[in-house]
Design a binder for this molecule. Structure first.
Ligand code: FAD
Length: 483
């Protein structure tokens, strides 16, 4: 047992808002030194970018939840705002701390801030230690036979699958040694993370409980109710078929190793193919981070530079209609309204709305990526950029540009009864399955009966898909010819 005179360690929480399987926390605990749990709100100018509005809502509740867990251990979470290095140095002076521990982040801005901080702290003889655990494996661990990063998912997955099990998750320490003198904290309310007038997040709580307990409950419910059959039904947005773990992962409220571990030994209850498929999705997240780590320009530049000369139309009225879910294509509008209402959208529908924005409307994928960043509770620097570039055709191992989703056929295939559309586009509720994805082809008598006046109660399509498709292919061919 360390003596009472032991100097404290600052545990710097970032997007790892959990006590379970938190390697930095464990290391402090094992050292026997008292801990100062700290969260810093870093300014946008530091390079980490603006926090989206939906994630600000999440962050508020997640910090509250973490503070609650620490209070159960007679501690609390200290909140501070400012440049991270300045804040850390001030707290070190005030508390006499001799070390700062944190879990690594892998976005380009985060990496460079952390490297600078480590260097500066070590110059002052402060121990600065960082740990893994936000990913199953460090992004530089899995490399091709030539020692280069992977650019294609399937061999990456094979390497991950064959590369040994991820480290075992660590249980939260039963009794943390909290520093007896914790520095004064800023008040969470003063950060004004929650929306006020209007409170557009009112419906978020229908779906979400930010915080570690909420994450573990989502994992438990998914394994019990939805993992069996996941491979088959995960593409149907009206079915509660996916884990909804993405925002919890984005804030590090649960570790991927904990999720991986929970899907072990289920063979009696769940088909092996479902477990593998789910793990393959977790591996897509790993692959996105692998790409972002090795090719940081992926965050905001076309990974394939051939797309740099693409002639986007970037029409503002079309962009507004897309954001508001008023394009006249029901599956697109349902997705965009799900996003607004719950801060989340089903993966299949994300692909459809992204394809529609990029290809039918010829709007630069970066504008869609930025809108998602502001409105998704799970906005993630790696997954968001990599997925948008995947749909655009400009990314690594991307879907080719000429694969253009037909929003009507996609709707009919993946929402055959129209229940997803009816949930989010109530003005079409009275329409039967035959026309729910193509109201613009429905006989007038049927529209009248359903109380729909196209162009008034629900928009006419803002583009004709067949024409838009030809226009997109022509734009793509022009780019290719110019390259
Ligand atoms: P599940 O099906 O239960 O999957 C479990 C976990 O695997 C997810 O939580 C996620 O971490 C990971 N995962 C699943 N699918 C993918 C995928 N295609 N790519 C990478 N990881 C995946 N995901 C984000 O987490 N943040 C984003 O900002 C984001 N932006 C996207 C933008 C577009 C245009 C598209 C097409 C996809 C985007 N995705 C993003 C990927 C995917 O849509 C979500 O991860 C998924 O819908 C989350 O729901 P879930 O947790 O129920 O998924």
């Amino acid at each position: 047992m360390a003596k009472d005179t032991a100097k404290p360690v600052i545990l710097w929480f970032r997007k790892d808002l959990r006590l379970d399987d938190n390697r930095a926390l464990h290391a402090v605990h094992r050292s026997g030194r008292p801990v100062i749990p700290l969260y810093i709100s870093e300014p946008e100018s530091a390079g980490t970018g603006p926090l989206g509005a939906a994630q600000a809502w999440w962050l508020h509740h997640s910090l509250e939840a973490l503070d609650g867990s620490l209070r159960e251990q007679q501690g609390r979470l200290v909140l501070a705002s400012g440049e991270a290095l300045e804040v850390l140095c001030a707290f070190i002076r005030e508390s006499g701390a001799e070390a700062v521990f944190w879990n690594r982040r892998y976005d380009p801005a985060g990496i460079s801030i952390d490297a600078h901080i480590k260097h500066e702290l070590e110059k002052q003889a402060i121990e600065a230690r960082s740990f893994g655990g936000q990913l199953l494996h460090e992004p530089s661990r899995l490399m091709t036979g030539n020692g280069t990063p992977y650019r294609v998912y399937t061999p990456f997955w094979r390497a991950l699958e064959g590369g040994g099990e991820p480290e075992q998750p660590l249980e939260a320490p039963a009794k943390l040694r909290i520093a007896s003198q914790l520095p004064k904290s800023e008040a969470l309310e003063s950060w004004k993370l929650l929306p006020t007038k209007p409170d557009w997040a009112v419906d978020f709580t229908d779906l979400w409980t930010p915080g570690e307990d909420g994450a573990h409950e989502k994992l438990r419910a998914f394994i019990e109710d939805a993992l069996d059959g996941y491979k088959e039904i995960r593409d149907y947005p009206a079915r509660p078929a996916t884990s909804l773990l993405s925002p919890h992962l984005a804030f590090g409220e649960i570790s991927p190793a904990r999720i991986w571990d929970a899907t072990r030994g289920l063979s009696k209850r769940v088909a092996a193919a479902d477990v593998v498929h789910f793990r393959k999705e977790i591996a897509w997240r790993e692959f996105s981070y692998h790409l972002l780590f090795h090719f940081p320009r992926l965050a905001s530049n076309n990974w394939n530079e051939r797309f740099d000369g693409f002639e986007w139309r970037n029409d503002d009225d079309d962009f507004k209609a897309w954001r508001r879910g008023m394009t006249g294509y029901p599956i697109v509008d349902a997705g965009m309204r799900q996003l607004w209402r719950h801060g989340w959208m089903h993966n299949r529908v994300r692909m459809i709305v992204a394809s529609f924005l990029i290809k039918d409307l010829l709007i630069d994928w970066r504008r869609g990526e930025a809108w998602f960043r502001d409105t998704l509770v799970d906005a993630d620097p790696a997954n968001n950029a990599a997925s948008w570039q995947w749909v655009a055709g400009s990314g690594a191992d991307a879907s080719p540009f000429f694969r253009i989703f037909n929003p009507v056929l996609q709707g009919e295939k993946f929402d055959p009864d129209g229940n997803y559309v009816r949930t989010y586009v109530p003005e079409l509720r009275g329409l039967g399955a035959k026309y729910i994805h193509r109201p613009f082809e429905a006989p007038k008598s049927m529209l009248d009966e359903a109380g729909i006046a196209l162009g008034q109660t629900y928009p006419k399509p803002i583009v004709d898909h067949a024409n838009a498709r030809n226009r997109a292919l022509a734009a793509y061919n022009a780019t290719r010819d110019a390259a």
